[in-house]
Write a protein that binds this ligand. Structure first.
Ligand code: F3S
Length: 277
């Protein structure tokens, strides 16, 4: 049996960068989980003594903090400055750009409309950079009940779908005089999805690696299932079963955006060791 990795899989640029920063900034704590992968968080703890604190008030002067990939709220950043807490910023540059856009456009007196999930840490952070109350919506229906001035700036959570974003832009342009649209969507997640679909079309068994509650991994599972009848979602090589591969010719492997390479490699090696003919 041949084993093939999807052309694009696993960590995106922002997560790779954050992990690298955490490895260099030893004996520190992240505020909230750096990424959604428990095994990787455990590895950072064991090898680099990078711990985890969930509340900003738990940090005291002298602590070293790493700001996670999704960024943090402006108030929390102020807390760090006021309490003299050393920190290094691992916010993905695409998220920083989004925060800056919101700040600048609100400064220019545009009403801020954010397409995203109000409970997601990235959006909580982005919203806090607006100098006036910002509106967060998930769809056009939610927009219809709101009233804005005639100057609107529209931005999106980095992982949203472009088609949905376009619908919001179209609605606003129809109803308001001046709408500035900033496409702040990041393509990394979609590149993994396109590559997974391509491979799933060819493969007769697909292994999808990632956290059982990671939403982008679940999306990959759905995509693979629509192209390939035998799909298995696993978190580590321990879950693999040899009989999944019986009589198969091509095994495809893909991984969610928070799955580290070392886990993917272990899965690959174990399937290879099964030595399915
Ligand atoms: Fe950044 Fe895009 Fe990843 S915004 S954290 S590179 S999904």
């Amino acid at each position: 049996m041949e084993i093939q990795l999807a052309k694009q899989h696993g960590f995106c640029f922002g997560v790779k960068r954050a992990i690298q920063i955490a490895e260099e900034y030893k004996n520190s704590f992240t505020f909230g989980p750096l990424i959604h992968n428990n095994l990787e968080i455990q590895r950072l703890k064991n090898q680099f003594n990078v711990g985890l604190k969930e509340n900003i008030e738990e940090f005291k002067s002298g602590d070293k903090l790493i700001i996670r990939t999704h960024g943090i709220e402006k108030e929390n950043l102020d807390y760090l400055h006021q309490n003299n807490i050393k920190f290094i910023d691992a916010t993905c540059p695409f998220v920083t750009k989004l925060q800056k856009t919101v700040k600048e456009m609100s400064r220019q007196n545009y009403d801020i409309v954010i397409f995203g999930d109000i409970n997601h840490p990235e959006i909580k952070g982005v919203k806090s950079y607006s100098l006036k109350p910002a509106t967060v919506v998930l769809n056009v229906e939610e927009l219809q009940s709101k009233k804005f001035s005639n100057k609107i700036a529209l931005v999106a959570q980095t992982t949203r779908k472009i088609e949905e974003f376009q619908k919001l832009a179209t609605y606003l342009i129809k109803h308001y005089k001046e709408v500035r649209v900033f496409n702040t969507i990041c393509n990394a997640t979609f590149e993994n999805q396109i590559a997974a679909r391509e491979l799933a079309k060819e493969a007769d068994v697909m292994i999808i690696i990632g956290g059982k509650n990671s939403s982008n991994t679940k999306q990959l599972v759905n995509i693979c299932q629509s192209e390939c009848v035998s799909c298995y979602h696993i978190e580590s090589e321990d879950e693999l079963k040899k009989d999944w591969f019986a009589n198969k010719k091509l095994c495809g492997i893909t991984a969610g955006a928070s799955t580290p390479d070392w886990i993917i490699q272990k899965v690959f090696n174990k399937i290879k060791k099964f030595n399915v003919k």
